[in-house]
Ligand binder design. Structure first.
Ligand SMILES: NC(=O)c1ccc[n+]([C@@H]2O[C@H](COP(=O)([O-])OP(=O)(O)OC[C@H]3O[C@@H](n4cnc5c(N)ncnc54)[C@H](OP(=O)(O)O)[C@@H]3O)[C@@H](O)[C@H]2O)c1
Length: 161
């Protein structure tokens, strides 16, 4: 399984249900990695997508503890255990958020595609595990520095040791 996320320097990922950064080059990177693949997300992340709709051209899996939740176009699981049991071959699955799913599915991921934005966000309310401080993870590849909307950022690939 893979994980894909954009983070600030202090590994912040969201504030008030929204993303911190809306960068078209990052969106393009996200699309190129996940198109034609399976994405898995928490219920709150699905509801934060435009119109609350699943992402096109991808199989969308959503986790919720609500057994009555069944939006159109989405495969729903009520536990990580049942999701993992049904998806043993998970090399083409991307965890796309939010905070709880990144944290709880990290142990099952082999690679993390992290867009690291050179900005510190002090008033964020959602965070990703800091992989630079995590002994199980190391950097495999770092892109050149990119720039957009006054931000500089890089695409950093982490792999599990
Ligand atoms: N920077 C990025 O790349 C990025 C990407 C995505 C999201 N985000 C940010 O992340 C934040 C949202 O994160 P979040 O943690 O609040 O929400 P979330 O992970 O999207 O959704 C949480 C919900 O998922 C369900 N869930 C979580 N763990 C579960 C489990 N083990 N079994 C069954 N259901 C489970 C629960 O739904 P029920 O309540 O329905 O039971 C839970 O309330 C927002 O700020 C958003 O902007 C950032």
């Amino acid at each position: 399984m893979n994980l894909i996320v954009n983070v600030s320097e202090n590994w912040a990922i969201g504030k008030g249900k929204s993303l911190l950064f809306h960068l078209s080059q990052d969106m393009k990177f996200f699309k190129s990695h996940t198109s034609g693949k399976t994405v898995v997300m928490g219920r709150k992340t699905l509801e934060s997508l435009p119109g609350g709709n699943p992402l096109p051209n991808r199989k969308n899996i959503v986790l919720t503890r609500n057994s009555d939740y069944n939006p159109e176009g989405v495969t729903v699981y009520n536990s990580i255990k049942s999701f993992l049991a049904d998806n043993e071959d998970n090399s083409d699955i991307y965890v796309i958020g939010g905070e709880s799913l990144y944290r709880d599915l990290l142990p099952y991921c082999e690679r993390a595609f992290v867009t690291k934005v050179d900005a510190t966000v002090n008033d964020a309310d959602a965070f990703m595990v800091n992989l630079d401080a995590h002994s199980d993870w190391e950097i495999e590849e770092t892109s050149e520095e990119l720039e957009e909307k006054g931000y500089t950022f890089r695409f950093v690939t982490y792999k599990k040791k």
